[in-house]
Design a binder for this molecule. Structure first.
Ligand code: TPU
Ligand code: MG
Length: 654
């Protein structure tokens, strides 16, 4: 028998004993075994809390214990000080809270003020318990995919996020967004309800499952796409498992999975103890020293080094350290697409986005001709290298990963990114040649001219007008499709932020992710660019922006198809059924919403729509921009053709 159960019995027995000792004649409270036991004692009578409940139906040992613990036992007369002392001692030893409130406290402690949720019978009690914590807010989503993507977006703005779904039917749908969080290095805590703990291993079937006795497959799946997956089977182990999972998420910057059976959400466990959640990892001193020496030497020997910012810089806390290192070296600084905004674009050393022929004008020339590329937190894939055409060769690459440094073919393990960048900054010498080269050779990109107000809207005119909205308080979020390249081409003033999901690349990600981001960053102007094809996956989450009065500005690019796919490989499968996108806002508003849907088919209509949007408050505005199916960026054409070649490589013979 568990310690907690023992303690509860001891506390209840102690109470009865002391009441009898003090000649208490009546106990008010729910009927149950404690009263039954007391009743058997001479001279004690019971007044039932709920008269309709027969005394034998509820075991209220829990009730008595929790009332004791809270000092609220409604007895009819005061107890003698001596016995109260005894009771206090017993209850102090038994400091408990519900498992759900334990979890809520932990989420609050690590800075999660909102958790996203979809209700289901396996998580209802847990949701009740989480609601009891008034410092955190529950935010509802239309489905579990959107729920995990909303949390992913919230993690981008907040550093960490949580979402709550039901067992199997809910969690399997949420896993797609959770895997996305893994790919994008975002700590998202997925909490799933589960069947009653007695059903695991029992010889009967439960709903929302496969119709077999196997109830462990969600946990098994979760293990493949998280850095920690735990299933709670007893309340006593909940604190340990919850803390273990949260710690892993914060340490690894990856998602985790916590499964809680429906009957345990309100069960008692020990109260949370203080924890230092945010310990910074410390490098192995010898390895750090060796890595710094090797890299400093490599840079010293090079004539034209450049720095390249990668997407992992943010999750591993290296953005500031990278900038200081860049300023110490004084060379040209390029960024990978997913690291746009991690280095200020107004900085004199900024040379643009490195994405081969699809990147900023002049950036690839500098990086590709450099003899030392220090890439901090990069992720080199077929997409980010434009079909392997923008990949620095190993003999000129210094790759700073989250927990190791590679110089050419030598690897230094147990070296942490931010610490390494700081140490390297102390010893590097200025090497400004690549910046001077870039300045001499750079091609100035002409600003697009203003289109006539009455002519059909073009992509270029649409982007010109959106560019005018970006200020230092803007976050620009861009969806898979030509919106990637439209967004990458935008100039960001200092303070503006940029969000892209290029690694997981899930169309539909941006609508819920923008919702999640906006829940956290209410003070920012959030601008989303999303294509028609992508929007159709997760459109309904716009209604949650309306529900919470979030003033998101959505540019829905209606080009009647999957243009990005058209440029990789065309076929009838790239045509999209047209929708009345702007008209959807009316549907989502129903009787009480403040969302606005507008349409723009010319530059003049777009300007008028933007003006209306800027004057609107209290809800999102969607501007549906109609453009030609083939009106895409030069960068998409360059990128699409090279990715197509990479995809079509023939099978290599062994
Ligand atoms: O600007 P545009 O027309 O390229 O954007 P739109 O209309 O949003 O089309 C996106 C087309 C697209 C697809 C169908 N981009 N990638 N895919 C493949 C894909 C399919 N399913 C998921 C979940 N993610 C994907 N990336
Ligand atoms: Mg499209």
């Amino acid at each position: 028998m568990s310690d907690i159960k023992n303690n509860r019995q001891t506390a209840a027995q102690l109470l009865i004993r002391s009441l009898v000792q003090q000649n208490v004649k009546q106990i008010f409270g729910p009927s149950g075994s404690m009263q039954n036991r007391a009743h058997r004692l001479p001279g004690v009578s019971i007044a039932r809390h709920r008269s309709q409940e027969p005394p034998h139906t509820i075991n209220h040992m829990d009730w008595a214990t929790s009332m004791l613990a809270r000092g609220k036992m409604p007895i009819t007369r005061e107890l003698e000080p001596k016995s109260m002392e005894e009771i206090r001692t017993a209850s102090a030893e038994n400091e408990t809270c519900s498992l759900g409130s334990y979890l809520a406290s932990r989420l609050e402690e690590i800075g999660i003020k909102h958790h996203f949720a979809v209700a289901g019978d396996y998580n209802l009690v847990l949701l009740d318990q989480l609601l009891l914590n008034k410092n955190t807010q529950q935010v509802y989503c239309c489905n579990e995919l959107n729920c995990s993507f909303s949390a992913e977006g919230y993690a981008r703005a907040n550093g960490v996020a949580a979402c709550v779904v039901t067992f199997s039917v809910g969690s399997l749908t949420a896993f797609d967004g959770l895997a996305g969080a893994y790919a994008e290095e975002l700590p998202v805590i997925l909490i799933s309800g589960a069947p009653n703990s007695n059903d695991f291993g029992a010889n009967h079937l439960v709903h929302h499952a496969l119709g077999t006795l196997d109830l462990r497959y969600p946990l098994d799946f979760a293990k493949r796409i998280t850095c920690e997956a735990v299933a709670i089977t007893h309340p006593e182990e909940a604190p340990h498992l919850i803390d273990k999972a949260i710690r892993a998420a914060l340490r690894e910057k990856k998602p985790v999975y916590i499964e809680i059976p429906c009957n345990l959400a309100s069960a008692q466990c020990s109260k949370p103890k203080p924890i230092d959640w945010f310990e910074t990892p410390k490098s192995d001193p010898a390895s750090l020293y060796a890595a710094v020496r090797a890299v400093a030497q490599f840079l010293e020997n090079a004539v034209r080094p450049v720095l390249l910012a990668g997407p992992k810089l943010r999750s591993h806390g290296g953005i500031d350290a990278f900038r200081l290192l860049a300023e110490a070296v004084g060379c040209g600084v390029a960024v990978m697409p997913s690291a746009k905004s991690f280095f200020p674009e107004q900085h004199r050393q900024y040379i643009g986005i490195y994405l081969g022929a699809a990147g900023s004008a002049g950036a690839a020339d500098v990086v590709d001709s450099s003899d030392a590329v220090l890439a901090a937190g990069p992720l080199f894939t077929d997409y980010t290298t434009t079909g392997w055409t923008a990949l620095p060769s190993e003999n000129r690459l210094i790759q700073v990963d989250p927990d190791r440094v590679r110089v050419g073919s030598t690897t230094f393990n147990d070296v942490y990114l931010a610490e390494f960048l700081r140490e390297l900054t102390k010893v590097v010498k200025p090497k400004p040649k690549t910046l001077a080269e870039f300045e001499r050779t750079k091609v100035l990109v002409a600003s697009p001219s203003v289109a006539d107000a009455g002519v059909p809207l073009t992509r270029e005119e649409m982007c010109r007008q959106i560019q005018g909205l970006i200020d230092s308080n803007t976050t620009l979020i861009v969806e898979t499709g030509d919106s990637w390249f439209n967004g990458l081409n935008m100039n960001l003033t200092d303070g503006a932020k940029f969000e892209i999901e290029m690694q997981w690349g899930h169309i539909g990600w941006s609508v819920p992710a923008t919702f999640g981001y906006a829940v956290k960053a209410r003070d920012r102007r959030i601008v989303l660019m999303v294509g028609d094809g992508s929007f159709q996956l997760t459109a309904q989450e716009v209604c949650q922006m309306i529900r919470l009065n979030l003033p998101v500005l959505i540019f829905l690019v209606n080009n009647r198809g999957y243009t990005i796919e058209v440029e990789i490989h065309d076929g009838p499968y790239n045509n999209v059924k047209n929708w009345d996108y702007a008209g959807l806002m009316k549907v989502f508003n129903a009787e009480d919403g403040l969302g606005v849907g507008l349409r723009a088919t010319t530059g003049g209509e777009l300007a008028a729509a933007i003006e209306k949007a800027m004057a609107h408050s209290g809800g999102p505005v969607m501007i549906e921009c109609s453009i030609e199916r083939d009106d895409c960026t030069r960068q998409l054409l360059e990128w699409g053709s090279r990715v197509a070649i990479a995809n079509a490589r023939p099978q290599q013979r062994a």
